[in-house]
Write a protein that binds this ligand. Sequence first.
Ligand code: AMP
Ligand code: ZN
Ligand code: FE
Ligand code: FE
Length: 292
Amino acid sequence: MPYSHKEHPICADLHTHTTASDGSLTPTELVHAAAARGLSVLAVTDHDTTAGIREAAQAAQAVGIRLVPGVELSAEGPPGKCHLLGLGIDSENDGLKRTLAELSESRRTRNDRMAGRLRALGVPVTLEEVAAVAPPGANIGRPHFAELLVRRGIVGSLPEAFNRFLGDDAPAYVPKDVLSPAAAIALIQAAGGLAFLAHPGLVRLAAHETPETRLSALQQRGLNGVEAYYSQHTPAQTERFLRIAEKLGLLVTGGSDFHGSPKPDVPLGVVYDGHALPLERLPVELRAGLAT
Ligand code: AMP
Ligand code: ZN
Ligand code: FE
Ligand code: FE
């Protein structure tokens, strides 16, 4: 159904990344870009960190945008690997901060091991060099290793870095410590947020699963909703996830997964049908908390 920004002045993008994880814009730059695009509501959902929230909230207040504090947690374990979006969290919540700090600490150990593996493969890199390509305060991970390999000319592109060295099936890969889906959902909710399955169309399902069985299994573990609207979903996927959400009684959210230059074909605020998400596309429960 076509719609215009004029008819729907309150538009949202509820899934974005900043330099606090692997995006290329600082929280302030992201908020300014959102304002320039005409967004009214923006959620910052960095991977496994809330380090960008405070700055984003200050910038949002200055430009008159509603900032939804969020986080995107990587989870593994029953019923399967997935990303969980926490929206409306208290980013200063003690339990949340403590758990995210522990995950960050374990990343350091993992990065050390990945650097060791790369050296064993004949690619001389140190953690200091990886850290040097990451923005200050970033949660360092594989994207930064990949960036370093490109800058060094060891590979020609970021995808090649993952294919040859860093991807899940590649030789320098070391798995990271992650929360189970149940633990991630509980952590988000204990911090006052709602937990959504991120980009359900990108979730790898086992042979015996369907999107509905996966969502149902997560719902049994406390899941509140699903990111039915997502920049990379086809209209058919969006319709399918909306139907499942309605059937199971799950909330619905939507976002672009904007990263800036690391994902150049994913523009900010383009969520569904080439537009940002009008608030009326969201369920009343979520909308109520977002409309100021
Ligand atoms: P990490 O949390 O350190 O394991 O890094 C995960 C991030 O690496 C993901 O969010 C992606 O941005 C990126 N990534 C993972 N696998 C690939 C891949 N095959 N190609 C490109 N980027 C990838
Ligand atoms: Zn990312
Ligand atoms: Fe994700
Ligand atoms: Fe994301």
